[in-house]
Design a protein around this ligand. Structure first.
Ligand SMILES: [Fe+2]
Length: 311
């Protein structure tokens, strides 16, 4: 049982050999520049004052991600529990941990300014029997999506149970949906933050024990709404970016999704309208078909390949 509960997924960190190229892609993807120097590029979302995507200069790699805990006491407790030292030299106290597959988890105490996502007025949508927009037109112009915040990280892990235990022990993650290949054989789980009665994403972390070496699967960023996601889809297509999967609506998590690759093949997702749960929601068991299936839209590349083989 964890005494410390992570409250926010704060950032993802990559390495790439060309920061100009990365900045160009991320701008087209919908981020805004936070700061940059010779060694690192920091990009933020439109609604978030903190940087949520960091690229250090180096050979292409996914380095790890950041988690916030409620306060300095929680940070110190976690340092004691893991027998690691908090780094006090930077402007923010940081505890660097290695997860079971060696990814860097940068733990910090909650940052007040990072929580100011800003007020977003709900899009006015007309339905057959509800008029929310009257005497007013709806105009979207072309251009990038508006990335608002980091939503989740997905890791292909060496051992699902080992990684699950580590994240639950140190950060209090809760299972939303566990994926079974067959009864009693689990290969992964969608896990959410334990923030009590506050609604939180169906998953901030998804661990999947996939064939092959442990690897980064993807990171997902919420955009302002579905229209914004589609506008960004057209923009990335027009600019010749590498598309991976979408658009569609997932079954598990329910979000509308669209997957793209950065110039070094790391997959990033745009999403909108995902499920939000509270701590008291009970875990669910789901199948591989639930994981890969869609409610509507583009079917998973693995399923598409299987269908083409059958023809
Ligand atoms: Fe995702």
């Amino acid at each position: 049982m964890s005494h410390v509960k992570a409250t926010r997924l704060s950032k993802v960190k990559f390495r790439a050999p060309d920061l100009d190229r990365m900045q160009h892609f991320l701008t087209e993807f919908g981020f805004v520049l936070s700061s940059r120097d010779a060694r690192a590029l920091r990009m933020s979302g439109h609604g978030d004052s903190d940087c949520i995507h960091i690229t250090e200069l180096g050979a292409p790699a996914f380095v790890g991600f950041g988690l916030e805990v409620p306060d300095d006491d929680a940070l110190d407790h976690l340092a004691f529990q893991t027998q690691k030292k908090v780094d006090d030299t930077e402007h923010r106290r940081t505890l660097l941990l290695s997860d079971p597959d060696g990814y860097e988890i940068a733990v910090t105490a909650e940052s007040r300014e990072a929580l100011s996502l800003g007020e977003q007025s709900a899009p006015k949508i007309n339905y057959p029997n509800v008029t929310n927009r009257i005497s007013e037109t709806k105009r979207r112009f072309s251009g990038p999506s508006h990335v608002m915040r980091l939503g989740h990280v997905v890791l292909n892990v060496a051992s699902f149970r080992e990684s699950e235990s580590w994240y639950k022990l140190h950060f209090g993650f809760l299972t939303s949906d566990e994926i079974e290949l067959e009864p009693g054989v689990s290969i992964g789980a969608f896990m959410r933050l334990n923030v009590g009665n506050t609604a939180t994403d169906h998953h901030s972390l998804f661990l999947l024990e996939a064939p092959g070496d442990p690897s980064f699967n993807h990171a997902a960023f919420e955009v302002s709404d579905v229209d914004d996601l589609m506008t960004g889809h057209d923009h990335l297509r027009r600019n010749g970016r590498e598309h991976s999967w979408g658009v569609g609506r997932h079954i598990l998590g329910s979000q509308v999704f669209d997957y793209w690759k950065d110039p070094w093949g790391h997959e990033l997702e745009h999403f909108s309208d995902g499920d939000r749960f509270v701590a008291s929601n009970q875990p669910n068991v789901a199948t591989l078909d639930d994981l890969l299936g869609v409610q509507w839209g583009d079917i998973h590349p693995l399923m598409r390949a299987a269908e083409e083989t059958e023809l």
